[in-house]
Design a protein around this ligand. Structure first.
Ligand code: FMN
Length: 169
């Protein structure tokens, strides 16, 4: 898939089929995630890959915003490591790039996903930390359920000329 096409066609998918994810695809998406730019190449990320369907169903039951975990075949918990920061608090920006790389790689392989937010909601951070034994110094930042899409969403083009300022505000 061409890069621009992948970016323009990616959508948040919230219903997945029961087709298992082909071997190697999650690793390929994680390879893309770990190739994201990060401040000073600080690589402040960890990942917990969840393939246990009971755990995915528990996440769906506990977190309304992540209800689509109910049908997901797998999910990835993106965990930030602020202790690895080299130039101040850039971890949120690094993690955003990391999650987006993952979403685009998933889409490129014909899979689908949805970013579900954890940080900065304190209760969610605590819940995920507890559920996955994440040490206190690390921050569960987002959970991304993955599977083959069971809903169709067309591309959207959100380009807005009024948001573009040339040379000055
Ligand atoms: C930081 C962030 C947090 C999000 N959290 C959730 C969430 O908790 N649940 C959800 O269903 N979608 C969540 N989304 C997905 C957005 O709702 C979605 O990206 C937006 O509606 C645009 O749709 P699209 O991704 O199909 O282009 C989140 C997206 C981002 C970037």
């Amino acid at each position: 898939m061409e890069t621009f096409e992948a970016i323009m066609n990616r959508r948040s998918i919230r219903k997945f089929t029961d087709v298992p994810i082909h071997e190697g695809r999650l690793e390929r998406a994680l390879r893309a995630a770990m190739n994201a730019p990060s401040a000073g190449t600080q690589l402040c990320w960890h990942f917990i890959v969840v393939v246990d369907r009971d755990v995915l169903k528990q996440i769906a039951a506990d977190h309304k915003n992540a209800h689509m975990c109910d049908t997901a075949q797998a999910g990835v918990l993106f965990v930030a490591d602020p202790t690895s920061e080299r130039f101040g608090p850039f971890w949120q920006q690094d993690m955003g790039a990391c999650v987006q790389n993952f979403l685009l790689a998933v889409h490129d392989m014909g899979l689908a996903a949805c970013w579900t937010g954890i940080y900065p909601r304190e209760q969610r951070v605590e819940d995920f930390r507890k559920m996955f034994d994440v040490p206190d110094e690390f921050i569960p930042m987002a959970f991304v359920p993955v599977g083959y899409p069971d809903e169709e969403k067309g591309p959207v083009d959100r380009f807005d000329e009024e948001r573009v300022h040339i040379d000055k505000w």
